[in-house]
Design a protein around this ligand. Structure first.
Ligand SMILES: [Zn+2]
Length: 238
């Protein structure tokens, strides 16, 4: 092999290594950034009574934010957190620090509740006019409202298949649970809530993809975006 060939090969290998390291960093960095929050969540779930200042309270709001808090507890994970490579968390997770079925969950705003027939643990609130961009419609998705076997913890006012039931802000919707979607594989008891885009034709998009959701920060009036290493707990600034 000529020395020119060797140099070409070396350059190619160096470039390939640089690409791999960058790609690895881009994938792994968000996971690393989320890790400290995971340990705080574990501490909160074990000893909520030792950390009363970590919790937000249902029904309160930050300043004149459009949404009030839907439930009480510790905001453990935020928008953009990453639990594994390629995963980006599309909402926020509020851990009540209680057993399933004890921590109430309420409407963040006036709106219209729909629960698909197959939804055991989820419902969605349609807000016809986005308080931040009134010409568009948005949706607020709630999930994990069931026990480990998938027994629903949604209030009986919202049975499976119900569509477009008007609720006022603060209306009780159900209680926090820990159903993961599979029986007997519980997650920590919490509410997952996300702000979901409309498809432009009056339907909500799939909230599991972060690009189908909106940054919840301006709706709740506090910074809930996982863009940098951040001091939590997440609390109102004023
Ligand atoms: Zn979540």
């Amino acid at each position: 092999m000529s020395s020119m060939h060797r140099r070409g090969k070396l350059m190619f290998l160096t470039l390939a290594a640089a690409v791999l390291v960058t790609a690895g960093g881009v994938l792994v960095y968000p996971v690393l950034r989320t890790l400290p929050r995971s340990s705080r969540v574990v501490e909160w779930i074990r000893h909520p009574e030792e950390h009363p200042t970590w919790a937000i309270r249902a029904g309160e709001r930050c300043g004149d934010a459009p949404f009030q808090f839907p439930t009480s507890g510790y905001i453990g994970f935020v928008w953009g957190d990453s639990f594994r490579p390629f995963h980006r968390h599309s909402g926020i997770d509020i851990f009540g620090g209680s057993a399933p079925g004890l921590t109430p969950v309420m409407a963040v705003s006036d709106g219209y509740v729909t629960r698909l027939a197959e939804w055991k643990a989820s419902l969605i609130l349609r807000i016809p006019s986005d308080p931040l961009q009134p010409e568009r419609q948005i949706w607020v998705y709630y999930t994990h409202l069931a026990d480990p076997q998938g027994q629903s913890l949604i209030d009986e006012a919202f049975p499976p298949g119900i569509e477009e039931k008007f609720v006022q802000v603060g209306t009780l919707l159900g209680w926090q649970g820990n159903y993961s979607g599979r029986a007997d594989a519980p997650v920590g008891v919490h509410l997952h809530i996300s702000v979901v885009k409309d498809d432009g034709r009056g339907k909500f998009l799939d909230e599991r993809r972060i690009e189908n959701t909106l940054d919840p920060s301006p709706y709740f009036g506090l910074d809930l975006k996982a863009t940098q290493w951040k001091q939590d707990p997440f609390m109102c600034q004023n």
